[in-house]
Write a protein that binds this ligand. Sequence first.
Ligand code: NAD
Ligand code: ZN
Length: 238
Amino acid sequence: MTIEKLQNIIDISNSTVFFGGAGVSTESGLPDFRSPDGIYMSKQKYPPETMLSHTFFMEHTEEFWDFYRNMLYCPEAKPNAAHTKLAELEKAGKLTAVITQNIDGLHSAAGSKNVFELHGSALRNYCMKCGKFYSGDEVMAVKGIPKCTCDGTIKPDVVLYEESLDDETVSGAINAIASADTLIVAGTSLTVYPAAGFIRYFRGKNLILINRDKTAMDSAFSHIIHGKVGEIMNKIKV
Ligand code: NAD
Ligand code: ZN
């Protein structure tokens, strides 16, 4: 599909929803999981799915925090053209919702309002004992396991492997997808479930994929652009 065609679809759609993954933030300098320079290739002692699992957090809390601080938290990252354009489209009434698998908070930072963060946010952390919240900066400032004033262990407010997604976020995301007439899926390998399965709720006309590499689900899409989502969205006029 050409960018002109994408522009045309966005212009005439009544309800466009964007569903993104780690590839939406690579142009902000955050590594994704499955690209050659992604976190999977960074040669850790264990695979990322293991290190980012609930079991690993409970049994190797200090190692979890070391990995998480080094690989997944990056306060310097700034929204790129994809995040910015989506926020502008929403403001102009041309985009209903952003659904993201990312935990970096960059859609909200760019100004998007209706954002469903399926996997939580690295900007929030909470005490597992008393529930008190801590910012990303607060937990980054300490070494080892961050502890609450009540001595409870602090955990990032992100959904780890083996954990379930937040009910309200899930139903909000599914409702948005089910009532959209255009769904733009971008920067995701569509391999992390249940999130990847959400696109099955789409009943609209235009199911669009913008992704650098092929995904396992390319054949499900009515329109595909292989390329960089920031560069592509940058060319869209609001
Ligand atoms: P993934 O790493 O499995 O796949 C990323 C996909 O994006 C790849 O298919 C790649 O070709 C594509 N891609 C990379 N850069 C791109 C670009 N500039 N433009 C277009 N496409 C691009 O990512 P996933 O499917 O989101 O699954 C990874 C899981 O890990 C997610 O659940 C997410 O929560 C988490 N994660 C989050 C972040 C973040 O918050 N920034 C970073 C890494 C991983
Ligand atoms: Zn506490």
